[in-house]
Design a protein around this ligand. Structure first.
Ligand code: KG4
Ligand code: ZN
Length: 340
């Protein structure tokens, strides 16, 4: 089965084709057109600009992915229909509807976060060791969730942020100290040569027994420290302290979840999982405190938004007989993972 996937939930237009036979999958096309340079001037994603930019890029990338084969290049279509920016999602969904109508081939609406989870499955080594139950730390610009996955398609959110997402926190802290959007990679770059304990910052909810997190207080503490302290001359130390705080909260809460649920493996997915310090810290803690639990980070090329991961999640659904009627598919900006 060849799955064509479309992803336009935020500021990346992405199209992919995945060839699948049973447990064997191969990404034959993965095209991503990023709008980051466009949104950089505004210091964040502007939804209406994002939607408008998606239109020509979606057409252009679909054309490129299909080539001369046209609709013969795929057997099914997967499209992200939530969560995400409403108008941005609509562009991908409308394109998918047209393709489904013209080709007569099945369509499946995919949850963007299930896509991030499936990104770890695109790695052949992870796929071989894949066994349920799994735990996923999903950390992106819009979401921070600890998800218990009992089977393909069976998700329960067991912990989440009560306010800002970890990526959003990275981005807002970076903006406060004058770094360009997206701030996560900027903070990570400077943190490498900084002292991680230089600036004491709060770790809200870390001592609480539940698996929820909170990052909005950290942003406020960062603002106060930046405005009153002498950090402007020690930006590296300040960035290292911010990164340390966010990573510590994510790792501690994930380890708490591991102790409670004894998963066979832990997935680390979403844009923030590009953070090298987070990958290393979580990998190390798992090895130390839960050596029997496998660690499944996704490959670098499928960490930030892409369509190969949407194709993989679409394939999971299609294999289980799920499809979405093209006449009825809807954009679901607030679609919570694990709800139908
Ligand atoms: O998953 P993603 O590409 O888009 C969403 O679905 O939100 O995630 C984007 C987020 C941004 O907040 C960005 O700052 C963050 O991922 N990010 C990082 C790093 N690379 C990207 N955060 C920390 N360290 C990084 N190296
Ligand atoms: Zn994402």
């Amino acid at each position: 089965m060849k799955v064509l996937a479309i992803e336009t939930s935020c500021d990346e237009t992405a199209i992919a084709v995945l060839s699948c036979t049973g447990n064997r999958v191969r990404v034959t096309k993965s095209l991503v057109s990023s709008q980051v340079p466009i949104h950089m001037k505004y210091g964040g994603v502007v939804p209406e600009v994002a939607a408008r930019e998606h239109v020509p890029e979606t057409v252009h990338l679909i054309r490129e992915a299909l080539g001369k084969q046209g609709v013969r290049a795929f057997d099914a279509i997967a499209v992200t229909n939530g969560p995400g920016l409403p108008t941005a999602l609509s562009v991908g969904v409308e394109a998918a509807k047209v393709l489904a109508y013209l080709s007569g081939k099945p369509l499946i609406g995919v949850n963007h976060l299930e896509g991030h989870i499936a990104s770890a499955w695109l790695n052949a080594t992870n796929r071989k060791k894949w066994a349920f139950p799994l735990l996923a730390l999903v950390v992106s610009g819009g979401h921070t969730e600890i998800v218990l996955m009992k089977d393909f398609g069976k998700y329960t959110i067991i912990g989440e942020t009560r306010d800002d997402a970890a990526g959003e926190c990275f981005d807002k802290c970076a903006k406060l100290i004058g770094l360009p959007y997206p701030g996560g990679p900027q903070i990570a770059r400077l943190a490498v040569s900084g002292k991680r304990d230089a600036c004491p910052l709060p770790r809200p909810m870390l001592d609480q027994k539940n698996l929820d997190m909170s990052f909005s207080g950290l942003k406020t503490a960062v603002r106060q420290a930046w405005e009153t302290g002498a950090w402007k001359t020690r930006t590296e130390d300040f960035c290292a302290s911010i990164e340390q705080t966010i990573v510590e909260v994510l790792v501690e809460k994930t380890m708490q979840a591991v102790k409670m649920h004894h998963p066979k493996g832990v997935l680390l997915v979403g844009g923030v999982s590009a953070n090298a310090y987070l990958r290393a810290s979580l990998g190390k803690r798992l090895q130390q405190d839960a050596p029997e639990t496998a660690f499944f980070p996704s490959d670098r090329m499928y960490i930030t938004d892409n369509a190969a991961m949407i194709a993989a999640a679409g394939y999971w659904n299609l294999q289980r007989g799920k499809t979405t009627n093209w006449k009825k598919i809807d954009v679901r900006p607030d679609w919570r993972l694990g709800t139908v």
